[in-house]
Design a protein around this ligand. Sequence first.
Ligand code: GAP
Length: 566
Amino acid sequence: MNNRMEKIVALCKRRGFIFQSSEIYGGIQGFWDYGPLGTELKRNVREAWYRDMVATHDELAVPPGAPSAFSMVGMETSIIMHPQVWKVSGHYDLFHDVKVDCRETGRRYRLDHLRGRWLYFVAALHPRHVTLPPERREELERHQHLFICLDPEKPEEDIHATVHRAAKLFGVRSKDAEALFGREDAWSSEPLEPLTRDMDLSRVVAPDAALPGTLTEPREFNLMLQTILGALGGEESKAFLRPETAQGMFVNFKNVLDSTRVKPPFGIAQVGKSFRNEITPRNFTFRSREFEQMEMEFFCRPDQSKEWYQYWRDRRFQWYLNLGITSDNLQLRDHAQEELAHYSVGTADIEYAFPFLEPGEYGELEGVAHRGDFDLRSHAEGKLVAGPEGCFVVETDANGQPKYKGSGKDLQYFDDQTRERFYPHVIEPAAGADRATLAFLCEAYHEDEAPDEKGAMQTRTVLKLHPRLAPIKAAVLPLIKKEGMPEKAAEIYRDLKRAGLAAYYDQQGAIGRRYRRQDEAGTPFCITIDGQTATDHTVTLRDRDTLEQIRVPVQEIVETVRQRVE
Ligand code: GAP
C-alpha cells in the first residue's frame, strides 16, 4: 500500500471510521467494522443513494434525460434464500474465480490477478542485480511482490538484454518484446494483456517465492459462502449467503406488481449485505468478504431498454460527481464483449482512481448492466444459457430436461392497454456502499497548510467530505468554559440536533486543536461561542475548506448551517 493510502487507513483507525474486524484476536481477513464516525458516514452514503433513488423520486415528472416518467419502490429481502434461486440465477455453476496456490508460501492467488501482471514485470530486473535509473528502481521496488523474472547468474546484465532473455523464456516473439521495450507506456500492464493469455505458470515466480514453478494448476473456486440450516446438517440443509441483493428483487417481481400500482417502467431498490468468499480480500475495504450493496432493478419494455440503459449509466455517473468526486478521478468504462457477465448484454463500470492503484488504473465502484430478460425468464422457465443468434435458451441435461427448473410461475407482464404479454428487460445499476464510502474518504483526504493559534502555518489533515456525507455537520465550541459560553453553546447544540443536524459539542483543549480534530473528522462547520456572543448575540461560523470565519446571529445559525449542508 502506498504512502497516501497508508495515511488514509491510519486516519480511519485513529478517528474511528473503520477498524479491522475482531482486531483484538488478530483480525479476520476480508471483514471490517465501522466505528462511530464511519457508521455515520456510511449511513449518509446509503441515505444519499436511497433518497435519490426512491425517497425523493417524483413519479409524476420526467427527470432530465429520461425517456419518460417512472415509479420507484424500495424492498428489503432476506440474506438466505431458497437454494434453487442460486442454481437458476447461474451463481451455483458460474460464480467462481480461478485460483492457484503457491506450494512454497502456502498463499492463494486469483489467476486473473497474475494474468496481465506478470509480463509487466518480465522486462523488469531484480533491483539487487542491476544498475537502474532511480525512477525505474523505485517502480520495481514498489512491485517486488509481483512477478519478477530474474537471473542471479548475470547481475550486471542490462535491461535490453533482460527483456530479450525474458521474452525468450516466456516465449514472447522478439518483435513483440521490442515493441514492449520501445514504448513510452511499456510499464503499463494493459497493452500487454494479449501477450499474457497463455501464461506458463511453471515459469512464473510467485510473490514471495524464491524460484519459478511453485504455483499449482488453476482450479475453480465458488465464491458463495455456505451455511447449514436446522439441526440435521447434510447436503439437504445447505444454504448460501446471498452474493448479491439483486435476486431478492427478481423473485419478488410479481409480488411488487400485485401489491402496488407500479407498472413498467419502474425500479425496485434495495440496500443490504452481501457475502462473497473472496480468495484475495485486499486493499482495505475495497474487496471484502462481507459488504453492502445498493442495487436497483429497473423493469422496462424491451424496445425501450437501450434508452433506459443510457439514462441510468449517465445518471449514476453524475451521482458521484454531485457528491464531490472529481471528474479527473472518475471514469465510465464500457465492458468489452468477453468481459460481460453471463447474463449481461451490455455493462458499463463506473470506476474510481483509488490511491492504492497504479497511476492510470481504476477500480470498480458500480456496474450498470443491461440484463435483458435473463433474470425474469430464468426464474420462470429454468436456468438459461446462451443459445443461437445471441438468444438465451433453457439449459438442459442429458435427458433433455431443464438442468435447474425455474419456479414455473408466470413472471411476464401483461399490459392491459396494448394487450401485450412480455418479460420486461432489466437495467441494473449495482453499487457498493463500502466502495463508495472508501472512494469518498480517499477523495476527501487532504493535507494543506493552515495557521495555528499563534498564526504559524502548520500542516493540517482535513477530510473535505461533501456536507451531505459528513458524519458531523457542525461542531459547537465554547471558547472558554466560563462566562456563560458553555450554556449558550449547549443551547445551540440542542437546537441543531432538534433540527436533525448531526452536531457535536466540544469544550476540551485549545480552540485551534479543537478545529483540527473536526477537520480530521470531516466536519464542514465549526460554531464558536466567544466573548462577543453575550454582547451582540452572534457566533463565529468557520468553514472547514476555505477557513473563512463569519459572524452569524445566534437565531439564524441553525438555518444557516442547514442551508449550507444542503
Ligand atoms: N447484481 C450485480 C452485482 O452484484 P457486482 O459488480 O458483482 O454486480 C456490484 O457487484 C458492486 O458491489 C460492485 O461494483 C462493488 O461496488 C460491490 N462489490 C462487489 N464485490 C465486492 C467486494 N468483495 N467487496 C466490496 N464491494 C464489493
